[in-house]
Write a protein that binds this ligand. Structure first.
Ligand code: AMP
Length: 594
């Protein structure tokens, strides 16, 4: 059964699948691969989605909704006909149409999908995306971040050389930046940064404002909305024409303004300043410099704009890589991941890590504070999966329980962040600070958070935050998986064995060699404590290779001793006194005894 990779976009959605070593996009009965993320209500017919709905955007504005992805995770309601719909329900309609179209296209039933989401989606937005898929009849075991999908598509197109990428995903309403390291078969997302309110729509508004300034006019709200639409059309035409004229009727009179790349570059300056700040932010989070980047990968509809490419070339001093059509790259990556999911032979070994886009923490009381603060447990941009632990103590004399409130976000006060859940556990009543609990956080690559709290009597309470209703079986499976992840690399059995072997070499050596082995052990332990998966993987590989080399050298040294001058003289002496056959028999007996 095929697994679909779906880019559920703000403007358009696409679906892809993996077959015969390649990603394929799914097209509809008209051969179109872009499926407009638009829903419209038609009297007597009901709700329609996709192209049919898009055609009604201008003619039936009140009955048609688009860009609802921007409000995913909120309780915003859209009225269509007699009913109200949430962004989640509208997304479910889009996903259902995509599933049915794919089933028709592939002539088979589809139950599973990988869906891409903006890196900056919080838990609520991700969970609503999963719920929308469930309503549409799709199981979603994994959501992947849109820039991660773009990095997968890059890997497929640009080969397997090591690379450090910056994925620039510039859509209609959002900008997502991801710093990605590609080593061997590992694609590691090191840091993400972005702005949920910065996109092509802002460019349209800037063009509209320029138009009003040039013509010294103040249009009504409806006229301004029409002007923004003309501005968008002119912006898109600039790709093919050197100069575009915008003509707009305001208060019964036609006004005009010309748009060129140079004018648009000037108009976009405030936006470019924001983009530059985001670049500095992500480079700081990744601990990197611009010169560390090998490629800049551009995705999203707004990346097509010549002025955006020009600005980035000037900023980075290198030309960006534009992978085919920027609006299809994310879906292509989702299709690659669908292939990984179904374990297709040709891409089976590719490993994609991700980072936690927001900090996860617990609510704690702070001296001199009016409100409880957030204590970060897993910081934003930590590589997933990730496990951490903290000890919390009581703050009131003789309190009999501790409540651990779990939040997501970057704000200082706990209440200003997104509340995810809580765990309450009894504690032995003692003076404040003398009793406490250990809190363990484990966050996996599917965005599932497992929190375990243990008191001093070893009583354990836990909560699994997955955003989905899980069966008992699924719950047990996740819990077991989480327990395994709770072990940091240094405590894993395989790595403990390597460490023990290294220590044995240390004990058996002397002088400079011993000193070098001691130095190597320090390096090995340091590497295992890294936050980066590829550093941990390489450390383990290097240690294995080093141990293999030492073992081989030792065997050679033994062989040398056996074949060496001393042994030769020794054997010659023996041969003079005894027959060689006797010696060989003796050795054989020894071997058999063993
Ligand atoms: P996305 O959210 O990735 O679908 O991107 C949508 C944004 O891309 C909208 O702001 C569009 O105006 C913009 N866009 C689409 N096509 C073009 C184009 N050819 N040139 C410039 N901007 C475009």
């Amino acid at each position: 059964m095929a697994v679909l990779g779906i880019d559920l976009g703000t403007t358009n959605s696409l679906a892809a699948y993996w077959q015969d070593g390649k990603v394929h996009l799914i097209s509809d009965e008209h051969g179109e691969v872009l499926f407009p993320s638009v829903v419209s209500f038609i009297e007597k017919e009901g709700l329609v989605a996709g192209y049919e709905a898009k055609e009604r955007v201008l003619t039936h504005r009140a009955d048609t909704v688009c860009s609802f992805k921007r409000f995913m995770g909120t309780d915003k309601l859209y009225r269509l006909g007699e009913k109200n719909y949430t962004p989640m329900e509208l997304s479910a309609m889009i996903l259902e149409r995509i599933r049915k179209n794919a089933e028709y296209f592939l002539s088979e039933e589809i139950e599973e999908a990988i869906i891409t989401v903006p890196a900056y989606f919080n838990d609520k937005q991700r969970n609503d995306t999963k719920k929308a898929a469930k309503i549409a009849g799709l199981n979603v075991e994994r959501l992947i971040n849109e820039p991660s999908a773009a990095a997968l598509a890059y890997r497929m197109e640009c080969g397997e050389r090591d690379a450090t990428l910056l994925v620039f995903d510039f859509g209609g309403g959002t900008l997502d930046l991801s710093y990605v390291e590609c080593f061997d078969n590992i694609i590691e997302i090191v840091a993400v940064a972005g702005d949920n309110y910065l996109g092509g729509d802002d460019i349209d508004r800037l063009i509209a404002e320029y138009f009003c300034r040039e013509n010294k006019i103040q249009p009504s709200i409806a006229e301004y909305a029409a002007l923004v639409s003309s501005a968008e059309a002119a912006k898109c035409r600039l790709g093919q024409e050197r100069e575009v004229e915008i003509v707009q009727n305001v208060s019964g009179k036609d006004y005009r303004a010309k748009l060129t790349d140079d004018i648009l570059f000037e108009i976009c300056m405030p936006l470019f300043t924001k983009i530059k700040k985001l670049f500095l932010h992500i480079l700081k989070d990744a601990g990197a410099r611009i010169s560390d980047l090998t490629d800049l990968v551009m995705v999203g509809g707004s990346s097509r704009l010549g002025v955006v490419q020009r600005f980035l070339t000037e900023l980075l001093g290198k030309r960006p890589v534009v992978l085919g059509e920027t609006d299809k790259v994310v879906a292509m990556g989702a299709g690659v991941y669908a292939g990984i999911r179904t374990r297709k032979e040709d891409i089976r070994d590719m490993l994609l890590t991700d980072v936690c886009p927001f900090t996860l923490g617990v609510e704690v009381w702070r001296k001199n504070g009016d409100e409880n603060a957030l204590l970060p447990m897993i910081e934003r941009n930590s590589t997933l999966p990730m496990s951490t632990h903290e000890h919390l103590v009581t703050v009131h004399d003789y309190q009999s329980e501790i409540r651990v409130g779990i939040y997501q976000g970057e704000e200082y006060y706990a209440k200003d962040n997104l509340f995810l859940g809580e765990v309450t556990i009894p504690v032995y009543p003692k003076p404040a600070g003398q009793e406490g609990v250990d809190v363990y956080f484990t966050y996996d690559i599917n965005g599932i958070l497992y929190v375990e709290v243990v008191n001093s009597q070893n009583v354990r309470e836990h909560i699994l935050l997955s955003g989905q209703e899980l069966s008992l079986e699924e719950l047990a499976r996740y819990q077991q998986g989480m327990k395994e992840l709770m072990l940091p690399p240094i405590l894993r059995e395989e790595n403990q064995k390597l460490l023990a072997e290294l220590e044995k070499y240390y004990e058996n050596s002397v002088g400079v060699k011993r000193e070098q082995i001691g130095w190597f052990i320090n390096w090995f332990v340091g590497g295992l404590q890294s936050r980066r998966l590829h550093v941990v993987t390489r450390t383990v590989e290097t240690a294995k290779a080093q141990l293999a080399a030492w073992r081989e050298r030792e065997e050679c040294a033994e062989e040398e001793l056996f074949d060496g001058e001393l042994k030769r003289q020794f054997l010659e002496g023996w041969e003079e006194e005894n027959s060689g056959e006797w010696m060989q028999e003796d050795f054989k007996e020894g071997e058999e005894e063993e």
